[in-house]
Write a protein that binds this ligand. Structure first.
Ligand SMILES: [Zn+2]
Length: 132
């Protein structure tokens, strides 16, 4: 029997009750954490489901969890549309990883693959330009 944790109104489950992604989910969905024994209909949380995994492809589905996982990251907004009526971009197209010491700030767009290195830094492998 599986023991997992979830927020009412969401479809993610967490392996551990103190998963950092649960804090944001709780804030965003204003739901209480409850324990579940059947994870059918739920998908595993990126942050706590597979601690051995060190590589993720950035998607709309896992963006918030990856922000939690990386810590030093924020959403990245798509470039402004020149011909639009408003000179403002509100469309998120990936995430920005804050600069590590001695490394430039890095942007990973949806479809790009990020890797956690053994020294705790992150690298980004960009998807093929043609596949965007
Ligand atoms: Zn989790």
């Amino acid at each position: 029997m599986t023991t997992a944790f979830a927020i009412r109104g969401t479809t993610k489950y967490h392996s551990v009750a103190d998963c950092p992604a649960l804090d944001s989910a709780r804030l965003n969905h204003r739901g209480a954490v409850f324990q579940i024994t059947d994870t059918a209909g739920h998908t595993p949380c990126t942050v706590c489901a597979s601690p051995d995994i060190t590589e993720w492809t950035v998607t709309r589905d896992n963006l918030v969890e990856l922000l939690e996982l990386i810590g030093q990251a924020k959403p990245h907004y798509a470039p402004r549309t020149p011909e639009g009526p408003y000179d403002l971009s509100v469309q998120i197209d990936g995430l920005t990883i804050w600069a590590h010491r001695g490394q430039p700030r890095t942007v990973a767009r949806f479809g790009d693959t990020i890797t956690r290195q053994t020294d705790g830094t992150w690298t980004v492998r960009h998807a093929e330009e043609t596949s965007r």
